[in-house]
Design a protein around this ligand. Structure first.
Ligand SMILES: [Zn+2]
Length: 431
């Protein structure tokens, strides 16, 4: 089994020799299964994947292993889907989809999603519910990612200036986790100060990057504005020029952040919009990313990387985008695409289809078309409609994986059919 005695032998203050940028060269870390004694067999116990760099393993990645996976994506022209999750059910659907597509996945929580994960009945003063909810979700992801045998990047989504105490709480949790496990609890966080002047945006991001780099956390920052509306932030009325980043700004950001660490990605604006709308005035211009890469390579001269893609870009607001535009952006250094709106719809649509299929069995606890004294327990059991949401989401994510050219990446082949799961014989309904 992965890790075990080597880690125990090394645990303690001397275990982590700072490597490049303070990153630990030791990547074989404790697994959640090993940590608390969960059975870990077959793909869970893999040390690495046939087609990926040896540092990449089943479970949550951070530090060098995460960087190796992101480099692999850039080098091979694919992007990893990053799906917003608000429940353990949504997370499981993502893990199931990842294994089905033989691919990595990024699971992320927004601040509102984190709060929901903790429960909307819990007071959120000082973001306590959002911090506790995200940490709770992180442990779920850490436990289950290994069992599904897939590599996962565990991320948090948009964090504006006023939400910084939320991410501060999560970084503190990662720092504490690092002390005992040699890796952070999360993999990465987004800090979105695109509303602030660019100098302030970069300065604050540099400070965070300094702190995060020490424990192997990656920073995603935003430049320019993603249009549309998501998680309570409404940019639908912003001037059109704010929706496109300039090469000089991207270079300035790259240059300054790179002086601190290479563990950052940039969500640049190229006409992307949160949400799905009827076609309007804002046009997706992936060429902006290409032009920025060329501009930066020019500035870097001989120091430019061989692949001519110095910046790792993140694609926000991809829902409803033309697949040709999405795929063009992959060649320009996009290694992560956020998916929220489309999986919100798929989860709901699964429930909607379930409800219409069994409508007459869902109107009371007793009585359906087969008889007025027939019990309906197996239809209204919440597992049934939630599973319908999951199945439809796995199906939708398969399309995202195809759009992002992110299939058959791990080299594990087809997933074997799950055995011993709840089926019709044991009370479960076919979906
Ligand atoms: Zn976004």
């Amino acid at each position: 089994m992965r890790l075990s005695s080597a880690f125990l032998f090394l645990s303690g203050a001397q275990a982590f020799i700072p490597g490049l940028n303070g990153r630990s060269p030791i990547q074989k870390l404790q697994s959640m299964a090993g940590d608390v004694g969960i059975p870990c067999e077959d793909e869970c116990a893999l040390e690495s994947f046939p087609n990926l760099p040896p540092s990449v393993h089943p479970g949550v990645l951070s530090g060098q292993a995460m960087m190796d996976l992101l480099d692999h994506a850039k080098q091979n022209g694919y992007a990893i889907p990053a799906v917003n999750c608000v429940s353990s059910s949504g997370i499981n659907a993502c893990l199931e989809a990842a294994r089905k597509n033989d691919a990595p996945i990024i699971i992320q929580f927004s601040s509102g999603g984190s709060q929901f994960y903790g429960g909307k009945g819990l007071d959120n003063s000082n973001y306590r519910a959002a911090i506790a909810g995200a940490v709770s979700g992180a442990f779920h992801v850490r436990t289950m990612a290994e069992q599904y045998g897939v590599p996962v990047i565990l991320h948090t989504d948009h964090c504006s200036k006023q939400l910084l105490p939320w991410v501060d709480g999560l970084i503190a949790a990662s720092e504490r986790y690092f002390e005992t496990h040699g890796e952070p609890l999360f993999s990465s966080h987004m800090i979105d100060l695109s509303e602030e002047p660019i100098e302030e945006n970069i300065e604050i991001c540099k400070d965070y990057l300094k702190r995060m780099d020490k424990v192997g956390l990656l920073l995603e920052m935003e430049l320019g504005i993603t249009g549309g509306e998501e998680d309570g932030v409404d940019n639908t009325d912003r001037p059109v020029e704010d929706l496109y980043s300039k090469p000089e700004e991207i270079y300035q950001t790259y240059d300054e952040l790179k002086s601190v660490s290479d563990m950052f990605t940039v969500a640049a604006a190229f006409g992307n919009v949160h949400g799905v709308y009827k076609p309007g005035n804002v046009k997706l211009e992936p060429e902006i990313l290409n032009n920025a890469q060329a501009y930066i390579c020019d500035k870097l001269g001989d120091a430019a990387p061989e692949n001519k893609l110095p910046v790792s870009f993140v694609f926000h607001g991809g829902s409803g985008s033309d697949v040709a535009d999405i795929q063009r952006s992959l060649g320009y250094g996009v290694i992560k695409m956020n998916i929220d709106t489309d999986t919100q719809w798929s989860y709901w649509e699964g429930i909607k289809i379930f409800e219409s299929k069994y409508h007459d069995y869902l109107q009371g606890q007793i009585g359906n078309p087969e008889g007025e004294d027939k019990p309906n327990k197996k239809y209204y059991d919440p597992r049934e409609c939630l599973r319908a949401g999951e199945v439809n989401t796995v199906k939708r994510l398969e399309q995202s994986y195809a759009d992002l050219k992110c299939q058959n990446i791990l080299g594990l082949g087809m997933a074997t059919e799950a055995k011993n799961v709840l089926g019709p014989r044991r009370g479960g309904l076919p979906v």
